[in-house]
Design a protein around this ligand. Structure first.
Ligand code: ZN
Length: 242
């Protein structure tokens, strides 16, 4: 079974469509979404509609939580908070209900756990940037493989007999006895200096994981953002991948 993984879409419809096409071409059997469907971008309802149609499993992100008042909006800085408030006013009642009902974490067949941020304490929205952060996380879940987002930086952490190592993307094959914690990067607002959208592919039987980069029409997305009352920075940063 091949699982396609998408995270941190942030209401960027063109990037979401491009990633779903890439996952379809890669022959994934199902798509799982790691949260932050909304926030920053101009198309929250269209992205929610598409995720609801295409993702077999979805977990809650911190921006999703904020727009439905599950996380205090003052957790966010100026521009992110403006985006939360703008998004809250756009949401359809149906999409709001969908977000309200999302779980923080979800286990899948194939010894897989999905979580937006660190699975040790999901409502705390802990970031997993480095090996020390990852060591804490590996003690908090029992599954062989855990997929996360939240930092918008793709990363692969492997726990084996020598401890935890932090490997650069894009790909890794699990060896017997090893466990995996993978950040699949961000579909709609990458921050690692590569402006292309990111998504993940996990082949359960082969034990292989890959973070794939996908080009999309980002000028169109910038125009959509600039035509709204959303902060200009949300459009500008897309070109730089920060
Ligand atoms: Zn995010």
């Amino acid at each position: 079974m091949k699982i396609g993984l998408i995270s941190d879409i942030h209401a960027n419809l063109q990037a979401l469509e491009a990633c779903l096409r890439a996952l379809d071409q890669a022959g994934v059997d199902l798509v799982a979404c790691l949260g932050d469907i909304v926030g920053y971008g101009a198309d929250p309802n269209a992205c929610l509609d598409l995720v609801r149609q295409r993702a077999a499993h979805t977990v809650l992100g911190n921006h999703d939580a904020a727009v439905v008042d599950k996380t205090a909006a003052d957790y966010f800085n100026g521009d992110a908070r403006t985006a939360v408030e703008w998004t809250r006013a756009q949401l359809s009642a149906d999409n709001r209900r969908f977000l309200e009902e999302l779980p923080y974490i979800r286990g899948l067949e194939g010894d897989v756990l999905l979580s937006h941020s660190g699975a040790a304490a999901p409502p705390a929205w802990n970031y997993v940037f480095n090996r020390v952060d990852a060591e804490r996380e590996f003690t908090a879940f029992v599954q062989r493989t855990c997929f996360i987002g939240h930092t918008h930086f793709p990363a692969i952490f492997v726990s084996g007999s020598g401890g935890v190592v932090h490997l650069p993307p894009p790909a890794y094959r699990l060896a017997p006895g090893e466990r995996l914690l993978v950040n699949v990067g961000s579909v709609g607002q990458p921050r690692d200096g590569d402006a292309r959208a990111a998504c993940g592919i996990f082949d359960v039987e082969a034990g292989t994981v890959e973070v794939r980069r996908v080009a999309y029409d980002l000028e169109q997305v910038q125009e959509r953002i600039l035509a709204t009352a959303l902060p200009r920075s949300a459009a500008e940063r897309l070109a730089w991948g920060v």
